[in-house]
Design a binder for this molecule. Structure first.
Ligand SMILES: O=P(O)(O)O[C@@H]1C[C@H](O)[C@@H](CO)O1
Length: 390
């Protein structure tokens, strides 16, 4: 369908134009896109331009021209216009939500507050500790007692998990007598989510009442002393996405979350690292516990040898595709942070033809499965320790 409303905007069902599916009616719910009109349809200029001239997305609108070069203009049926003469479209609540979440790059305080209220009301508790489960480490959330489970799809304005090893559930309950909430599944940059969206749940945690963030991840060991299955307690990071000009705090700063220019030295709580080292000794796994520097790359590719060499020269001990932006967001809103990497594979920095030297997600998940018990014990003992100080 090609047409215009009385404002002179042109709408079209042609695939070269934005959101052509939005106008499909199914009669269940009306949603008006008046405030997003420029996004929802091509402008008149776009389709009335010279034949073959590119529209906003770089595609030519030639199919909307008559042979004399004049645009084909078909009046919009009155039945599609609302009282403001704007085109209305019909979406199910699910479609509307999916569109909203898809289009949302930054989340205003009020939206985060709404999500937090939904979780606090639905669980009947205010968690003190927030846990983010890394790839294959979802069993950390299985430790939680009296659990109330929220599927991400059912949480208003929440993105969905798309990666194997990330279930896409938020679990709220108690662990060692402390109210906690755990994300069984995180959001990664490579899934197509902007960093602010990847770490938006950390702000939700904050507004739920969380004071401590426990972030976990699966990572490749670059430090040659690390073995597969070891645990590296993060004491610092190198923000490679930040080097490339990307930050979860990009855009206007809302001081209700934190300052415009937060400092990141001492981001990783020293007391919690020391406590975890002690716990590692008590568990008899001290030789498998290291303290080191993590770096997050954008993924989803694993690193080249040259990249690994560069990271090693920069002092990086383990490399992954997450956590850093979550830690930045947590520090921005003054949460205490404890984070660790489970070393799921060794990153060889020598050129080799051997297939075994190549990282792969199956191996990452398999190692996480084998080591999840040790990771669970470390986390629950550390929470038990925090509980004593509360
Ligand atoms: O979510 P994390 O950082 O634990 O997951 C790592 C990075 C990639 O998502 C995946 C690669 O195997 O594991």
């Amino acid at each position: 369908m090609t047409g215009y409303n009385s404002k002179g905007d042109v709408a079209t069902g042609n695939g070269n134009h934005k959101n052509s599916a939005k106008g499909q009616a199914n009669g269940k719910k009306t949603a008006e896109y008046a405030d997003r009109e420029s996004d929802a349809m091509c402008s008149r200029d776009c389709c009335a331009g010279k034949s073959g001239s590119p529209n906003k997305s770089g595609n030519a609108c030639a199919e909307n021209k008559q042979s004399d070069g004049n645009p084909v203009v078909v009046p919009t049926p009155q039945s599609l216009l609302n009282s403001d003469n704007r085109i209305q479209c019909y979406l199910t609540p699910e479609e509307f939500r999916a569109l909203r979440v898809m289009n949302e790059d930054t989340y205003p305080y009020e939206v985060i507050q709404e999500i937090a209220d939904f979780i606090v009301k639905g669980s009947g508790m205010r968690p003190k500790i927030g846990i983010i489960c890394g790839t294959g480490l979802g069993s950390l959330a299985d430790l939680i007692q009296d659990a109330k489970v929220f599927e991400y799809e059912k949480i208003p304005n929440f993105p969905v998990s798309t990666v194997e090893g990330h279930a896409g559930k938020l679990v709220v309950g108690t662990l060692e007598g402390v109210n906690v909430m755990a994300m069984q599944g995180r959001f990664h940059f490579y899934e197509g989510y902007p960093l602010a969206k990847c770490s938006m749940p950390v702000r939700v945690m904050k507004l739920c009442g969380v004071e401590y963030l426990f972030a976990t991840n699966a990572a490749g060991g670059i430090n040659p002393k690390f073995a597969v299955g070891d645990i590296m307690l993060m004491h610092d990071h190198v923000n490679m996405l930040g080097f490339a000009g990307n930050s979860p705090l990009q855009g206007p700063n809302d001081p209700r979350f934190g300052p415009r220019f937060p400092a990141l030295v001492n981001s990783y709580n020293r007391d919690l690292i020391n406590k975890a080292i002690e716990i590692g000794k008590a568990m008899g796994i001290e030789s498998n516990i290291h303290v080191g520097v993590y770096s997050c790359l954008g993924g989803p590719t694993y690193e080249t040898i040259a990249e690994l060499k560069a990271l090693r020269m920069m002092g990086v001990d383990a490399v992954g595709m997450s956590t850093v932006h979550e830690v930045i967001t947590a520090r921005h809103c003054d949460m205490k942070v404890f984070a660790f990497s489970l070393i799921t594979n060794k990153c060889s920095i020598e050129y080799s033809d051997k297939k075994d030297d190549e990282a792969n997600h199956e191996e990452v998940m398999a190692v996480a499965k084998i080591r999840q018990k040790a990771c669970c014990e470390l986390v629950s003992r550390l929470i038990a320790d925090i509980q004593k100080t509360m």
